[in-house]
Ligand binder design. Sequence first.
Ligand SMILES: Nc1ncnc2c1ncn2[C@@H]1O[C@H](COP(=O)(O)OP(=O)(O)OP(=O)(O)O)[C@@H](O)[C@H]1O
Ligand SMILES: [Mg+2]
Length: 272
Amino acid sequence: MAARDEMMAAAAAPRILLDDVSISYATPRGRLPVVDRVSLAVDRAEFVVLVGPSGCGKSTILRAIAGLNAAESGIISVDGKTVDGPPEHIGFMFQRDTLLPWLTVRGNIEVGLELAGIASIERAARLADLLALLRLSEFHDAYPAQLSGGMRHRVSLGRMLAYQPAVMLMDEPFGALDFQTKAVMGRELLRIWETERRSILFVTHDIEEAVALADRVIVFSPRPARIIAEHRIDLPRPRNLRTLRASSEFTAYTSAIWQALGDGDPAGDGLN
Ligand SMILES: Nc1ncnc2c1ncn2[C@@H]1O[C@H](COP(=O)(O)OP(=O)(O)OP(=O)(O)O)[C@@H](O)[C@H]1O
Ligand SMILES: [Mg+2]
C-alpha cells in the first residue's frame, strides 16, 4: 500500500480491533484456553472498561493488544495494523507495577516525559504538577523499595499520565489505592481524557468505577473469557462522580452489570 493509502486506512480503522480472537497458554497439563472468540472494536477517543471474574482472561487480552502475547486465532490490530510486537503510541499500565528500581520517584515519572518528547525546560513544571497531583511531592527522591504498594501504583500512573499515549491500556490501575486517592485519580483521568480524548481500555473489579468512567462496559464470562454482555453508558459528561453515584440511572447500570456477572460468585474466586 502507498503511504497515503496506509494513512487513510489507519484513520478509518477502529483504534483497537479484535476480530474473533482466541488465546490459550501452554501449561504442563496441556493447553489452557483463556480467551474464546472475542470480537471488540474500540474507537478513537472511546473509554471502554472490561469487567469479569478473576482469572477469566482480561490481562491476557490487554497483553495481546500490547503485542506481549500472541493470539492463537483471529486478528488483533491497532490503527489498522496487525499487532505482531509492541505497537507504537501504546501505554500500558500493568496490574503489577513495573517501576525501575534504580530510579527515584522523580526519575520514574521522567521516563514518561522523555517518551512523550517533552522538552527538558518544560519537564520540571510538568513533573512538579504530576507529583502534586499524585500526592508524592514529599517523596520525589525516594526509591521504589522505600514506597508502599499504593504509592508505587501512583508513580506508575504518573509515568503514564506524563507520556499520554494515543492508546492507554490500564490493568486495574486504581486497584491498590485507598478510597480517597482512587476518587482523585478517577477524576483526574476523566479530566485528561475529556480534554485530550485518548482511547482507553481499562480493567477493573469495581463495577461503580466501571460505570462512572466508561462509554461502554464489556462483561466477560469466567475463563475462557467470552463477551457475555455489553452496556453503553449514556450518562452525560463531564461526569461528577459523587452526584452520579446518587442517580437512579447510575444504579440501574451497576445492577444490570452485577446481574450479567451472575450476582456474586458461587465459585468464590470472583470479584473482589
Ligand atoms: N503466562 C501464563 N502461562 C500460563 N497460564 C497463564 C499465564 N498467564 C495467565 N495464565 C492463566 O490464564 C488465566 C487468565 O489470566 P489473566 O491474568 O488474563 O486473568 P485476569 O482476568 O486478568 O484475572 P485477574 O482479574 O485476577 O487479574 C488464568 O487462569 C491464569 O492462570
Ligand atoms: Mg488481571
